[in-house]
Ligand binder design. Structure first.
Ligand SMILES: *Cc1c(COP(=O)(O)O)cnc(C)c1O
Length: 585
């Protein structure tokens, strides 16, 4: 027996004579999960303990909407530069405690007072699915490293394609790093189709990426990082009332590009803009792309739908609106019918971006780029196979994906969510949020100084303004929206809106109470739309600021929405009384 063989016994214990590294290694066994079954799995126990520890940061019922007892940002930004790696190994418990400490003060997305943005609390099954993917480090770069788990990605493509009204047998998808990753996949797909030689020689032609004025700013990331260049983005005007793409303007642009021989790489329809929830008319965009094809020598332009916010309304395409089995109110049904019509236009897309971490109640890293024609996408983007890896399954996406290793975390979270919630689960959650939003709107309408600023859209959030106690909110808002002579008032009340928004943020962080209850975590928009007389957005100040309530989680109840209004009134009164006292000094 060599020395090396004598270091450990059969149970893995190190002998006293073993060198220090070997004893260290034996002690370290608990640093990794046991690969075999054991009576009390140390990993399962450690996970339970860690989850309990982090959960102990949750507040008492209706406590503050952040985790832990200290809401302050506890980072000394100079101090972080002196972080160093310790010479010796630490105890796992200490490190887990350090990890949990970092959660202090962090957002608690499931808290009923959390309504700041389109950020959902992940559902339990999706959390478990994502965690399990981490335990076994599953990788969907190719079949061999994911084995049966790559079914999650393959089946996601079929399930979503079928829901969008595509042929599920022909579609495919790749899970990727976010809605911005989906946009980037969209631009790359478009460039590869329209300028095939760009793969080998680089992008040498200024092909255009056309999207609306309301499109997400990630258009900059995608055109920049693909080397197309941000100047090749062309913005189509949007309708002031609906915020949707003005197809008349799109037609003018396409006609002009066709006349000048300029190729269009892609038209991007945003299906559900982040705040205004506008849907671009993908059916009419498709018709225009057919009418104005690219000049000879270039491939067909791609129609990409950025549906990361709006995709899940697709689950209402199979809802029976006549019998209304879930019993939604008439107001909500009206919204749902409009949303269903708008989202049904996904059927015209070549590819669609979906975020499960937005309106899909799953953890981050679960975005998916879904394409109608898998045969095309997967062949035109193909690269030579890697000498490191042998294909052991017919499905080896590393040959055409941006990423090489791709964790199965997102695929499993998304797939598990689809299997778990099904059509009806999604309908109940989405419709339920609309019921809360509608209730909030009625509360606003009954309050004298408020104006709902997004009355015409059917999205999940309410954008609203509050005015001083002697002002009729709706009449004032109407004036500010339409009359150039009210521009100064608009700007003054925009300032008030921001001050109230900042005050509410401070109260949320301070743990302030109103009527004995903690205050909500809201946010605000500094320009979610322009005024009627500023349609082309030439006046940067003639825009509408608004407070935002995004009731994304299922723990929110009507009484909470009423409390939100009380808190806004209290914040307004405090801001205005301070302003008055400043003037009087
Ligand atoms: C959030 C968002 C994105 C970017 O998505 P990430 O998942 O944050 O990368 C893109 N488009 C729209 C419309 C969005 O709302």
């Amino acid at each position: 027996m060599s020395d090396l063989e004598r270091h450990w016994d059969d149970a893995g214990r190190a002998s006293d004579e073993a060198p220090r590294w070997a004893r260290y290694r034996a002690d370290m066994l608990s640093a990794f999960p046991s690969p075999c079954r054991s009576a009390s799995d140390p990993l399962a126990l450690a996970i339970a303990e860690a989850v309990q520890l982090v959960d102990s940061l949750r507040p008492e019922p209706l406590g503050p909407a952040y985790l832990g007892g200290n809401a302050a940002l506890a980072i000394d930004f100079d101090q972080v530069k002196s972080a160093r790696i310790a010479p010796e190994m630490a105890s796992p418990t200490d490190v887990v405690r350090d990890v949990v400490r970092l959660f202090e003060g962090g957002p608690n997305w499931g808290h009923p007072l959390t309504m700041c943005n389109v950020v959902p609390q992940p559902n339990t099954v999706s959390i478990l699915a994502a965690m399990l993917a981490q335990v076994y480090s599953l990788n969907i770069l190719e079949g061999e490293y994911a084995w049966n788990v790559h079914r999650a990605e393959l089946e996601t493509a079929a399930m979503l394609a079928d829901a969008f009204g595509w042929d599920a047998a022909k579609a495919g998808c790749v899970y990727t790093y976010g809605g911005s990753g989906c946009w980037t996949y969209g631009v790359k797909y478009a460039l590869t189709r329209v300028l095939p030689e760009s793969r080998a020689h680089g992008v040498r032609t200024d092909a255009k990426v056309i999207c609306s004025q309301q499109a997400h700013y990630t258009m900059l990331n995608s055109t920049d990082w693909t080397g197309l260049g941000m100047d090749n983005i062309v913005r189509v005007r949007t309708d002031v009332d609906t915020n949707a793409m003005d197809v008349g303007h799109l037609e003018t642009l396409l006609r002009d590009f066709a006349a000048r021989g300029v190729p269009v790489a892609a038209v991007v329809c945003t299906m559900g803009t982040t705040d205004a929830n506008a849907f671009d008319p993908a059916d009419r965009v498709r018709a225009l792309l057919d009418r104005y094809p690219n000049p000879p020598g270039f491939g067909r332009a791609l129609l990409y739908c950025d549906a990361v916010v709006g995709w899940s309304w697709t689950f209402f395409q199979r809802y029976d609106f006549d019998t209304n089995p879930l019993g939604f109110s008439d107001d909500v049904l009206k919204s749902l019918r409009r949303l269903t019509t708008a989202v049904s236009m996904l059927r015209y897309a070549d590819a669609v971006g979906v975020d499960f971490h937005k309106v899909g109640w799953a953890p981050y890293g679960s975005s998916v780029f879904v394409y109608r024609n898998a045969e095309e996408f997967e062949s035109i983007l193909r690269r030579p196979e890697s000498p490191y890896l042998q294909p052991r399954s017919p499905y080896n996406p590393l040959d055409y994906t941006l990423e090489v290793s791709r964790p199965a975390t997102g695929s499993l979270a998304g797939w598990a969510t689809l299997k778990y919630l099904g059509y009806e689960g999604f309908q109940a959650i989405l419709g339920g949020i609309l019921e809360m939003k509608m209730y909030f709107r009625h509360v606003l309408d009954a309050a004298p100084n408020f104006a709902c600023a997004n009355r015409d859209d059917d999205g999940l959030c309410t954008l609203f303004r509050v005015y001083p106690a002697d002002v009729d909110g709706n009449a004032q808002f109407e004036r500010e929206l339409t009359e150039p002579s009210a521009r100064d008032e608009l700007i003054r009340h925009n300032r008030l809106t921001r001050a109230i928004g900042d005050r509410l943020w401070a109260w949320f962080r301070e743990g302030r109470r109103v009527n004995g209850l903690h205050t909500p975590y809201l946010s605000f928009s500094t320009g979610f739309r322009v005024t009627e007389y500023n349609r082309d957005a030439t006046d940067p100040e003639a825009v509408v600021f608004a407070l935002k309530a995004f009731p994304m989680n299922v723990h929110i109840r009507p009484a909470i929405m009423r409390h939100v209004l009380d808190c806004v009134v209290a914040a307004r009164d405090e801001v205005l009384s301070e302003a008055a006292s400043v003037v009087h000094v």
